[in-house]
Design a binder for this molecule. Structure first.
Ligand SMILES: [Zn+2]
Length: 470
């Protein structure tokens, strides 16, 4: 069963894949709570003869499905978690399905499903004996909290891979050659003494004061961190009433920078500031390290394979109704968002994309080699095995992720981009499994860039199941 026949197998499953993506979209579940989504995918793989291990990395919603045996071993990474508060109908105006409920604003309903589509097609080529080796689907929970792959990596889940592939829903189709920021996610909790804030304030010790002083200290820290570093926080608990001195308060920090070592240095300094804030307020501080991820390091060889397939697989032919819905969604965006998406493109790509509400043809990678604004736990995988990823069009040009417009698109015409992505994943994994020389080149490149990965989460720390209750 050749490569084209494998791609055709994805096409034959289009209806099945669109149904799966739709089911995940209609039942958006937050990170580490995505039980039904994970179960649905596990059953799909088991029905098809995959051996599935669940509970990977100590997380009930993490799993690895495997088919075939021996070397080489190629993995496709999938995600299926949603974002809080983004519930949205398939509508061009803000219209939650249910106020305050989660929504698939990052398109992980599509991300996971495309990986499933690819491995189901590739499984047939393995069973037919055309491809040799082991193929895996990694069910990675809680990407939005940068948790799933980190804890799976700590468990050694990616150690014996020869290559990993993934993709991400986006406003344009392109290979990913930019890097992401390494990150630490830490909660600081302060404990003080409650007292009547007017009658006996001298008896109180305010935990909220400590949070305020920590945050103020961080404003002075900012001057002395690398320019690309980002430090941001949200106050999880700031006390209950003005007339009660807050006996407890907590703040959740993200520290990001292009290099893992920079993140660690900033986090150490943050710990010192938190200690200082506790001393100044005569409160006690405790620190909960939730997770920490590496910067994403694209493997050039794997990304070249993906790029070739992005051009070879037939692009999505969006229908007139897709275009008009995309136009209506685009009209609700800040025009600055569309400009900033176009700005990053080459002159030629910009001229081709400009004026289209939705654009399927592949464009060149943007910001190659540069560290972008976000973080992903795919970073950890890229430090363990040669890794490549791409973006595929599932929402209108200029739509930022984590928006209601992205939810609406990912629940409608985005499924067409998902099927395209499944074909590109299948084609790229096919190339790698069929050509040991390509994997050899990827491994040589990986060895040159160094592979001194050490999971940032120490042993003994449990995955942060209470992250949404922080
Ligand atoms: Zn995402």
């Amino acid at each position: 069963m050749g490569k084209q026949a494998t791609i055709d197998r994805v096409e034959e499953r289009r209806a099945e894949l669109e149904t799966l993506a739709g089911e995940l979209w209609e039942n958006p579940e937050l990170g580490l709570q995505e039980e039904e989504s994970a179960e649905r995918i596990v059953h799909t793989l088991e029905d098809r003869g995959f051996r599935v291990e669940t509970g990977v990395g100590g997380m009930p919603t993490a799993f690895v499905g495997e088919i075939g045996t021996g070397s080489p071993c190629v993995g496709i990474l999938g995600e299926y978690d949603a974002l809080p508060g983004l519930s949205q109908e398939v509508s061009a105006v803000r219209e939650p399905v249910e106020n305050g409920r989660p929504g698939h604003g990052c398109g992980h309903n599509l991300l996971g499903t495309a990986g499933v589509g690819a491995v189901l097609a590739l499984a047939e080529a393995i069973e037919a004996g055309t491809l040799e080796g082991t193929l895996r689907f990694y069910g990675c929970p809680a990407e939005e909290q940068l948790v799933g792959k980190v804890y799976m990596a700590r468990d050694g889940a990616f150690d014996d891979l020869d290559a990993a592939l993934t993709w991400h829903p986006s406003d344009l189709t392109r290979p990913t050659r930019d890097r992401s920021l390494a990150l630490d996610s830490i909660v600081y909790r302060f404990e003080g003494e409650s007292a009547h804030a007017a009658a006996s304030p001298e008896a109180g010790r305010s935990a909220l004061d400590a949070v305020q002083l920590l945050n103020t200290g961080v404003e002075y820290l900012r001057e002395h961190v690398p320019e690309a570093a980002r430090v941001h926080y949200s106050i999880q608990d700031g006390g209950d009433a003005p007339n009660v001195v807050p006996p407890s308060a907590s703040v959740w920090y993200y520290v990001r920078s292009p290099e893992r070592s920079q993140v660690e240095a900033i986090s150490d300094w943050l710990d010192d500031i938190a200690e200082g804030a506790a001393i100044m307020t005569q409160t006690e501080v405790s620190r909960q390290y939730l997770t920490g991820c590496y910067d994403y390091r694209p493997n050039g060889t794997i990304t070249d394979v993906i790029t070739k397939n992005l051009h070879e697989v037939e692009p999505v032919a969006f229908a007139e109704e897709d275009r008009s819905f995309a136009e209506a969604l685009q009209a609700s965006l800040d025009p600055g968002e569309i400009d900033s998406s176009l700005e990053k493109l080459t002159d030629e790509d910009r001229a081709a994309v400009d004026g289209h509400a939705v654009y399927a043809n592949p464009v060149e990678a943007t910001n190659a080699g540069e560290a972008g604004g976000g973080s992903t736990d795919v970073g950890d995988v890229s430090w363990i095995t040669p890794t490549g990823q791409f973006r595929a069009t599932t929402y209108p040009v200029g739509t930022p992720g984590h928006t209601w417009q992205a939810v609406a698109a990912n629940g409608s015409f985005g499924v067409k981009g998902m099927v395209f992505a499944a074909k590109v994943l299948a084609a790229s994994a096919y190339d790698l499994l069929a050509d040991p020389q390509l994997l050899g080149e990827a491994a040589a490149e990986f060895a040159r860039t160094g592979n001194d990965y050490e999971c940032s989460v120490p042993g003994g720390i449990e995955p942060p199941f209470d992250v949404w209750e922080q």
